[in-house]
Design a protein around this ligand. Sequence first.
Ligand SMILES: [Zn+2]
Length: 315
Amino acid sequence: MSFSLKTKNELARIISHERCCQLAEFAALIRMDGTVQISAYRRVSLSVTTENAAVARKIFKLAKELFNMKTEILMYRKNRLKKNNVYSIRIPPQPQVGKVLQLLGLMDESLRWRTHAQDLFPHELVEKPCCKRAYLRGAFLGGGSVNNPEGTYHLEIITHSKFHAQTIARLMHDYDLKAKISERKNWYVVYLKESEQIVNCLNILGAHQALFAFENTRIMKEMRNQVNRLVNCETANLNKTVNAAVRQLEAINVIESTIGLHRLSPGLKQVAELRLAHPDISLKELGEMASPPIGKSGVSHRMRKLENLAHKLRP
Ligand SMILES: [Zn+2]
């Protein structure tokens, strides 16, 4: 089961005790995945589709508890190749449907359709912090997904309405979540990219099990990356040592083939001979082999002199 699906299943099981929050979440679910049908004689029905069984149950339950509405759930296969079931919750024409449309801001108090309903949002629904969270939870259940933290960090909620995407982003901003919006074909994507922000968002939505799983994976991943970085760093140091030794040997060979090592001062000559005899030892070890022994910085100093000399002698 994907991380996203696990998170949704966890969130779908949360039923708020407060009516205000239930209304907010129900409104978000309908706004994300619902359609309004108007038949002859202006009879209005609603239907909401989802691929998640737990979400379907939640919509069914909320419709019953909040408005005591008659609802039907239909289940069908999207197509024969895909195994996913699609659940369609149909709310047939009944007086309460008007109340739902009022709740969504689509109808006014006297049950007249509002014009430009697209751009209307019932802000009183999300005035309280508890309701803001519930609304975001509904929006996530309706059109959200979150990547497995093993991969790239990404949480998103997609909607067809630019206005609704902006509303969702604004609600997230109220919780200091730096949500951004991008366009994808005919969709608007509200997304978070940073791991810390995703953790905060899961917390706000109430997905605590998903949050712990996310954190565990993230910590393991970061430890693994840190170990890799250390290993790379050591390899890099080793390469540096090897490169230095190769450079020193080249310099000594130049001196030997031009003026000869016997023309060097005894101190430089000794270091040059030791390097030729032991190409792969460190400067510290090389110093210990000298008589009298010399420190690492002393050896390094002499090596630099040899390299400078070779540079002048180089044809
Ligand atoms: Zn509330």
